[in-house]
Design a protein around this ligand. Structure first.
Ligand code: PFF
Length: 447
């Protein structure tokens, strides 16, 4: 078998995996989902799920990937030969494909914002006017399909360059910049008049708002922001050398992720309340809030442009991982095949994504199960496929991997304490499957 390419350093791995995790999930999806699910209580349940299930599952995906050092499908195949478990890698490929098909719609919206900000179309309007400009832009079928294509083309170009020269190089540069500028945005947002109401909204839990769908959404959000259940993290960790510590990497990634989600809440909600916007206004929330915040600060437009660029990078580093998992399975370490498959799959995703794009325009009234194509794809991925993939992974690891081997794998480079290992194993083997299963019954309408 051809030796797989590897990350050049541990930092490169952490920033790329954090780049996959931190993306539109934290910046765009979290604020509006929290807005629709009562704010603080949702945030708290999200953190609980992230620590209790997300972290153990992330570590489970890491241990599969680094043990096998192969692509998503072959990893399961090499650990459990002559079984059907490699279908779990196949499930990840399908999920990723579908996910990128609607993720790229939002990527396209960000591109539109960038053009509009640079050409001066997004200055000096009221928040209603911003909402109107935005509504008109995303309902334009040609424009929105065009920018979606642009977003996917860049993703294809980077993934076709491979791990070190593509994904790692871009992630190492943009993730640190994202943290710094995010802090600036938060400082600005919390100093707005009336910011307190927004801070309270996201930090003060009101449990009277919690329903079973709040819990399901918090679980979906937690898996979504950590890129779990898709075997993306299996793929990324397969490129990591044996000398690096998996538990430390997982803790860093989860920590960074929670931190960014918190910052996103603190950046968005003060502004939402201060400008009298509607927290439950759905996927358009971020796009209506941002220009309003920036247009009222000195030098705002420059900050605004810097932010859009960073959001774009955050979205791209996640998109790379979605395309990477599919391409790595199909190209099997061959560079020429990597380029070919990156193009074929990327264009396929673009075509499948067109109806999602049009959901905000000509297909707005076309619904299936009461949802537009975009909402249905998002629901299927976040609330069904990611929890299902994670459930199967939590069954696979204890069932097919020897406990002593797992301990060895997790101990490399970290000297992991036995007690912590046992806690992880317990959470993974008993708590994760039961909790995920119970929450998922809600999708079937059992409660
Ligand atoms: N974690 C990404 C985000 O929060 O935007 C989304 C994601 C990427 C989910 C890759 C799943 C995945 F496999």
């Amino acid at each position: 078998m051809k030796q797989q390419e590897q990350w050049s350093s541990k930092l490169g791995f952490i920033l790329s995996a954090a780049g996959s995790a931190i993306g539109l999930g934290a910046i765009w999806k979290f604020p509006y989902t929290a807005g629709q699910n009562g704010g603080g209580a949702f945030f708290l349940i999200f953190i609980l799920f992230t620590l209790l299930l997300g972290l153990p599952l992330l570590l489970a995906e890491f241990s599969i990937g680094r043990t096998a050092q192969r692509n998503a499908v072959d990893s399961y195949r090499s650990i459990a030969p002559n079984t059907k478990w490699h279908w779990l890698g196949g499930l990840g490929m399908v999920t990723s494909f579908l996910l990128l098909s609607f993720y790229s719609v939002i990527g396209g919206w960000i591109l539109i914002y960038l053009f509009k900000a640079i050409t001066g179309d997004l200055t000096g309007l009221t928040s209603e006017e911003y909402a109107e400009v935005f509504g008109n832009t995303i309902s334009d079928p040609f424009m929105s399909v065009f920018v979606q294509l642009l977003f996917i083309l860049v993703t294809i170009l980077v993934v076709s360059k491979g791990i070190r020269n593509g994904i790692e190089r871009v992630s190492k540069f943009m993730m640190p910049a994202l943290f710094v500028l995010f802090l600036v945005l938060v400082v600005r947002a919390v100093s707005l008049d009336g910011a307190m109401e927004g801070i309270r909204f996201i930090l003060q839990p009101d449990f009277s708002k919690v329903t079973s769908s709040t819990i399901l959404n918090a679980l979906g959000q937690s898996f979504f922001t950590l890129s779990l259940g898709v075997s993306v993290m299996v793929t990324y960790s397969s490129y990591l050398s044996k000398s690096q510590s998996l538990p430390r990497s997982a803790v860093s990634i989860v920590g960074l992720n929670i931190f960014i989600v918190l910052l996103a809440g603190l950046a968005i909600f003060p502004a939402v309340f201060s400008f009298g916007l509607e927290p439950g206004s759905g996927p358009v929330l971020l796009f209506n809030v941002l220009p309003t915040v920036f247009s009222q600060m000195p030098g705002g437009i420059l900050f605004f442009i810097a932010f859009i660029v960073l959001f774009l990078f955050a979205a791209w580093t996640s998109a790379f991982s979605m395309l990477e998992i599919v391409v790595s399975v199909l190209s099997k370490g061959n560079d020429a095949k990597r380029r070919k498959w990156a193009w074929i799959i990327g264009i396929g995703i673009f075509i499948v994504g067109i109806p999602s794009t049009l959901s905000y325009g000509v297909l707005a009234d076309f619904t299936i199960f009461g949802k537009t194509v975009f909402d249905l794809a998002d629901y299927a991925v976040s609330n069904v496929l990611l929890p299902l993939g994670s459930l199967l992974i939590s069954i696979f690891v204890p069932l097919k991997m020897k406990k002593s081997d797992l301990y060895e794998e997790l101990k490399h480079g970290s000297g992991l304490k036995r007690g912590l290992f046992e806690t992880w194993y317990f959470l993974l083997r008993y708590v994760a499957p039961v909790l995920i299963f119970l929450v998922m019954l809600d999708v079937l309408g059992i409660y």
